[in-house]
Design a protein around this ligand. Structure first.
Ligand SMILES: Cc1cc2nc3c(=O)[nH]c(=O)nc-3n(C[C@H](O)[C@H](O)[C@H](O)COP(=O)(O)OP(=O)(O)OC[C@H]3O[C@@H](n4cnc5c(N)ncnc54)[C@H](O)[C@@H]3O)c2cc1C
Length: 375
């Protein structure tokens, strides 16, 4: 007889580790499966830091998820004893009429986060590492900052285990199928049965939803860490917030203060598209970071020193670059989330909780209407 569970979670990265935790905490019998041993460096959730912010230029449909995410990260810090958040603020930089400036200001007002709209000279006085170009301004989100993705996943998994979840690493789900109102999930080791299934396999989700042919794109992304060549103290988190700069229309550059391992930066959405996560080129060459260095010199000239480190990651993008969180369109006992399009970590805890609510038929604590099935 197959082993039975209330819910099986396939993929224990950002979203899946959170879902497993929320279900186990509610007393569910949970089995979590991952093809590797999370947190690992082969998915989308590594590299030491992710930006978390509320003045969200991607749109106000995210605000309820974001408010919930802050509450849940603080809860997880308390439960795990692990400090996850470093709220050093975020500069949303661009021309006054740019999407990043207009929309982040509107979101800040809608969510009620304290913010300041700063002209270039005021930014440089307050945060001397930054040299804004003429005419550019910044919306400073005071409640933003950074979060460790590895520690977030680790804390969720440890807490899930504490509440009794069974977590099987290095055991990929090969296939799943409806079994009456239940589901059966097969790995190389066994077939398991459960009343509910959550698919949070990140960039691999299409392997498990082949018949739906989701229009997702895998985009290779690289980050580089630069050693400042001057004024290293300007890059300390007490003087250097995280930032996103719309340096040309619809072109974004983002980065972090120096957490002791260099100034991390990257370009958003300009990476090579590949067919599958397993095809992502893992080797990094200096040319991978040339474009980032060119933009870095414009904004943070003192950071333009030698490379301290590099990392390869990938985004899983939807056509509209918005999240996907919903039931499977044909099988109500299955819920899924993925395709957070390069900006999903900050809300992954609230996404995991929403998935737990979907499969246990509880009232959602957040509004996910904008992120439901739409193809
Ligand atoms: C360079 C970079 C920078 C980013 N910056 C930010 C940021 O600043 N702020 C922000 O909010 N977001 C950011 N993001 C996005 C964010 O990190 C991702 O949206 C999020 O971490 C993805 O989580 P996930 O759970 O969907 O995927 P993952 O964390 O990759 O998890 C998927 C898991 O599924 C497992 N899996 C796959 N197939 C199977 C299978 N068949 N069986 C079992 N397990 C399977 C994988 O091993 C993996 O552990 C960034 C992403 C990248 C790449």
């Amino acid at each position: 007889m197959p082993e039975t569970f209330d819910t099986i979670v396939v993929g224990l990265g950002a979203d899946g580790s959170a879902a497993a935790y929320h279900l186990a905490r509610r007393g569910q019998r949970v089995l979590g499966l991952d093809r590797y041993a999370p947190p690992h460096t082969l998915g989308a959730t590594h590299g030491g830091s992710r930006i978390i912010r509320k003045a969200y230029f991607e749109g106000q449909q995210y605000l309820s998820l974001l408010e919930r995410a802050y509450v849940l990260w603080r809860d997880l810090e308390a439960a795990s004893g692990c400090v996850l958040l470093n709220l050093c603020g975020c500069l949303n930089i661009g021309l006054p009429e740019s999407q990043i400036v207009k929309e982040s200001q509107q979101s800040a007002e809608a969510i009620g986060v304290p913010y300041a709209r700063l002209p270039a000279a005021a930014v440089q006085r307050r945060f001397p590492a930054f040299h804004l170009e003429d005419g550019h301004v910044a919306v400073f989100d005071t409640e933003a900052g950074l979060i460790s993705p590895e520690n977030g996943v680790r804390a969720h998994l440890e807490q899930a285990r504490r509440y009794g979840a069974r977590l099987h690493f290095d055991e990929p789900a090969l296939r799943w199928q409806p079994d009456g109102d239940d589901v059966a999930v097969t790995t190389a080791q066994a077939t398991y049965r459960a009343g509910r299934l959550i698919l949070t396999a990140g960039g691999w989700i299409n392997d498990l939803l082949a018949d739906l042919r989701l229009p997702l794109q895998i985009e290779r992304v690289t980050n580089a860490w630069f050693r400042p060549k001057a004024n290293a103290a300007h890059f300390h988190p007490s003087r250097c917030p995280v930032y996103i700069w719309e340096y040309d229309p619809d072109l974004y550059f983002y980065g972090f203060p120096d957490l002791g391992d260099g100034v991390k930066a990257g370009i958003h959405y300009e990476g090579a598209l590949v067919d599958h996560p397993d095809a992502v080129e893992r080797a990094v060459s200096e040319t991978d970071h040339e474009a980032a260095r060119v933009v870095l010199r414009r904004l943070l000239p003192d950071a333009d020193g030698p490379f301290a480190n590099t990392a390869v990651c990938f985004y899983t993008n939807t056509p509209d670059k918005h999240y996907l969180i919903d039931h499977h369109p044909d099988h109500p006992q299955v819920a899924l989330a993925s395709a957070c399009s390069g900006h999903g970590f900050k809300a992954s805890n609230a996404i995991g909780e929403a998935l737990a609510d979907l499969v246990t038929e509880q009232d959602l604590k957040v509004d996910i209407d904008a992120f439901r099935w739409r193809w």
